[in-house]
Design a protein around this ligand. Structure first.
Ligand code: 26Q
Length: 810
């Protein structure tokens, strides 16, 4: 803190009184939360001002992280830790009989993202600031983030998430940075005096973007970067003209149209459906951000387009902001008058693209017809980029039409469309995957021709998570234990945590480690009681699967195993298995029927199992509603077993796997995504790997996968699949789970049945290992000690050394 403890405590009281018009006697926990946040924000603001002054004076090179999603979660606890004022805040609140934990719990999650990709962006902001790198995040200030999930009668019900209804104490609104963006209209072919083509964009609609900044405080450093989120507004002109013609109501509804753009986050995280509003969102935030960073570039004297690429690098978080490539071409060529090749040389030095998926249904394509309507000039520019790209292809592979078709940005056919991944690869100087296996598959399966055409462009950056949020702040007791043994250096340099590994031989340490896990489980049990009204025994194995609901992630494989155990116990109530609590947290995309059916199935099985006295409480199945960042911080420290059971080759990386391992939860998983690297780090003896490998999956598919054959030949599988499809679990809603049964027998696109037996065997090994308390403790300690590679600080250092090449500004 750069003010005294007493001054900081006083500041909370001043904010309570002067910003909120409250006194301690009538302040609610929400008021205390806001007042405390404001006092912490003041601390951060001083550093923010200093950081920005330094960056501007030194005319630094910056990275601009463009992302449609930032899943920030809550900020108070992190920001207190970053500025070292936790103790002071606790003291002040205590003096007024207020529990700091209740105050922290008042904050609504900033849920401006779907899942892994959005949370990764948030972890990266934390690491970039902590490593003193000049970085700006750009995104959208959605009025409604990811929907709030309620479970009614076992079904997912979506509600709007109005996270700013009480205001957002962390942001600064900057109307002076408002940008105006054009959409729709047409392009007039105009030629200037010298006969040069000067396309003119006419008949467009305008919308404004208002900037809101959230300061991002590095941990244990003075650096404070910012996340700039754009909110859409109607331009005043548009209102006025309609108003003057007497069209008041029309003017107001036009206004609503303008504001629609930043209204709501699209809740699907895999299937892309080419919706017009989504394209408007993408262009809106990209156009505002580019204008904003160009304005910043030209502020210091001496900067020009000639040194733009020396000062600016832009990281594209998947293809969602890929329209930035033609937009920068448009600015440089149409507005700034650079010739095409000069403009393209700049563009190609500025952009780098991160791919997060191999699933074909998740690769973005925009229909040419839609693009022409919404962004007519961009459609032309993409065609021009493609024409020049294909002429290079022609030089390398003369006359090879097949190569051109594969490498083209344009997908021909009755619905001609733009392949945004191809546009991103062509427009960027770096393309990276997010885990070693993912990058191998990216090069070998998704983009082999591109890899050949652009040698050296593809590279790997294995994901990571911030140890501040995902160990230091979510698991205070374990953090204190670690710090008591090896000091607190690990919080900023996670490689230091390896020094706790030798303590696995220390009986006292093992006891402390496992007692902390137990206390975390006791706390989670209270949450489960509160949210699900189910009593669970903290000495049971807490078996956790928390992630978006998707067939490829195979929550239904987990469920089939639960059914097998349930049947085994009904057949033999004295069966000697260690009691287990199966814990799920997952949101399904609202239009994804099978995913929603799986949620219903989990809840239906839970209802039955949890109330069946015959099995003597040996199994509990709970589905925690409204899984989100703040709930993850409570589940993860209490987990014994981490379910990472996607079909090999389908999960690009996973990041929950890293958070759970870091908190001493053992992984049961396939050789997919970053699981492969977790296995390398912790060693095969400290992880439960099972199932078909990528090569085996490919071989089975090549031969023709036949789930029906497995179903008919394997008695256990037949039994559990039929059981799910019967009305045993859903007597009040006959047939609701039929689609799940039928899918498994007739499609099973993600090979659940093919991995079922191997999964059950691996689960038996888990059961056996858990009975040996010392062995389990050692394994858990090794996991915490040896996953330091998965710190997002390491990931960001790699991005910086290989791609961004920024100087840290201390
Ligand atoms: C695209 C177009 C239209 C509407 C929505 C979307 C959309 C939105 C979000 C598409 C994809 C996403 C999110 C993808 C995602 O979260 N991917 C995950 O990224 C993580 C971080 O790299 C990986 O760890 C996960 O493996 C990957 O699934």
């Amino acid at each position: 803190m750069n003010i005294s403890k007493d001054e900081f405590k006083e500041s909370i009281l001043v904010h309570l009184r002067q910003s909120l018009a409250r006194v301690p006697g009538n302040a609610t926990d929400r008021d205390w939360s806001t007042a405390t946040s404001m006092a912490v924000k003041d601390l951060i603001t001083e550093r923010f001002i200093n950081t920005m002054a330094k960056h501007n004076e030194q005319n630094v090179r910056r990275v601009h992280y463009l992302s449609l999603e930032f899943l920030m979660g809550r900020l108070l606890s992190n920001n207190m830790a970053a500025t070292g004022c936790v103790e002071a805040a606790k003291e002040l609140l205590n003096e007024y009989g207020v529990d700091i934990n209740n105050v922290i719990d008042e904050e609504d999650d900033m849920a401006l993202g779907n899942g892994g990709l959005g949370r990764l962006a948030a972890c990266f902001l934390d690491s970039m600031a902590t490593l003193d790198l000049p970085a700006v995040g750009y995104g959208i200030r959605y009025e409604f983030g990811l929907f709030r999930q309620e479970i009614e009668n076992g079904h997912q019900i979506e509600h709007p998430d109005s996270w700013i209804k009480f205001g957002n104490p962390w942001e600064f609104c900057h109307p002076e940075y408002t940008q105006t963006v054009k959409l729709y209209g047409c392009i007039e072919n105009v030629f200037d005096d010298s006969g040069n083509y000067k396309p003119e964009w006419t008949n467009y609609k305008e919308v404004q973007g208002v900037a809101y900044d959230v300061p991002i405080a590095g941990y244990g450093t003075e650096t404070v970067n910012f996340l700039r989120l754009w909110e859409s507004r109607s331009t005043e002109d548009l209102d006025l003209s309609a108003f003057n013609e007497g069209g008041y109501i029309e003017a107001v509804s036009e206004k609503i149209e303008g504001e629609t753009i930043s209204k709501v986050l699209y809740p699907n995280d895999k299937t892309v459906n080419g919706k017009e509003l989504r394209l408007c969102q993408q262009y809106f935030f990209v156009a505002c951000s580019l204008k904003d960073l160009i304005r910043r570039h030209f502020r210091p004297e001496g900067n020009s387009w000639a040194n733009f690429a020396d000062k600016v690098v832009i990281q594209l978080n998947d293809t969602h902001p890929a329209i930035a490539v033609p937009e920068l071409m448009r600015i440089l060529h149409d507005e700034e008058g650079l010739v095409w090749n000069e403009a393209w040389a700049i563009v190609n030095k500025v952009f780098a693209y991160t791919n997060h998926t191999l699933l074909p249904e998740a690769l973005e394509q925009w229909s040419v017809a839609l693009m022409r309507r919404v962004l007519p000039r961009h459609a032309q520019i993409i065609f021009e980029i493609n024409k020049r790209h294909l002429s290079e292809v022609q030089k390398k592979w003369p006359g090879d039409a097949a190569k051109k078709e594969i490498l083209s940005i344009v997908q021909e056919g009755h619905n001609q469309s733009f392949r945004m991944a191809h546009l991103s690869v062509v427009g960027s100087f770096s393309v990276n995957g997010v885990a070693a296996l993912h990058t191998i598959l990216l090069k070998a399966n998704l983009f082999p021709e591109f890899d050949e055409f652009f040698p050296g462009k593809f590279n790997n950056k294995t994901n990571g998570v911030t140890p501040r949020r995902w160990l230091r702040n979510c698991n205070e007791e374990l953090s204190a234990l670690i710090t008591s043994k090896i000091g607190e250096g690990w919080v900023k340099d996670l490689s230091e945590i390896r020094a706790i590994e030798p303590f696995k031989e220390d009986a006292e340490f093992r006891k402390d480690f496992m007692e902390i896990k137990h206390r975390n489980k006791v706390k989670l049990a209270a949450v489960i009681k509160d949210l699900c009204d189910v009593e669970v025994d903290p000495s049971a194995i807490f078996d956790v699967q928390i992630k978006r609901l998707h067939e490829y992630k195979r929550q239904h494989l987990n469920l089939l195993h639960i059914l097998k155990l349930y049947k085994d116990l009904l057949d033999n109530p004295d069966l000697d298995i260690h009691p287990r609590v199966f814990i799920f947290g997952a949101k399904a995309a609202p239009g994804y029927e099978l995913a929603k059916t799986i949620i219903k199935a989990i809840n239906a099985v839970g209802d039955k199992v949890n109330n069946d006295e015959r099995i003597k409480g040996k199994l509990k199945v709970v589905f925690l509603p409204n899984y989100r960042v703040s709930l993850a911080s409570r589940i993860i420290p209490a987990s014994d077993l981490s379910e990472q059971i996607s079909t090999a080759g389908k999960e690009a990386s996973g990041t929950g796997n890293m958070k759970l391992a870091l908190n001493g939860s053992l992984t049961i998983g396939t050789l997919d995504g970053a699981n492969v690297e977790i296995c390398e780090e912790v060693g095969e003896d400290n992880i439960f790997i099972f199932g078909n490998t990528v090569e085996e999956v490919e071989a089975i598919q090549a031969k023709g996968y036949d789930p029906q054959k497995i179903y008919e030949e394997n008695e256990t599988i037949k039994h559990v699949v039929d059981w799910i499809g019967s009305n045993y679990f859903t007597p009040d809603e006959p047939g609701v789970l039929n689609s799940l049964r039928d899918d498994l027998i007739y499609h099973d696109s993600f090979m659940v049945l093919a991995d079922f037996e191997a999964y059950c065997e691996a689960q038996e090994k888990v059961d056996a290992a858990y009975r040996d308390k010392d062995k389990w403790a050692k394994m858990a300690i090794v996991n915490t000690a040896f996953v330091d590679k998965f710190s997002s600080d390491r990931t960001i250092s790699d991005y910086n050394n290989d791609i961004w090449k920024l100087e840290p500004i201390g």
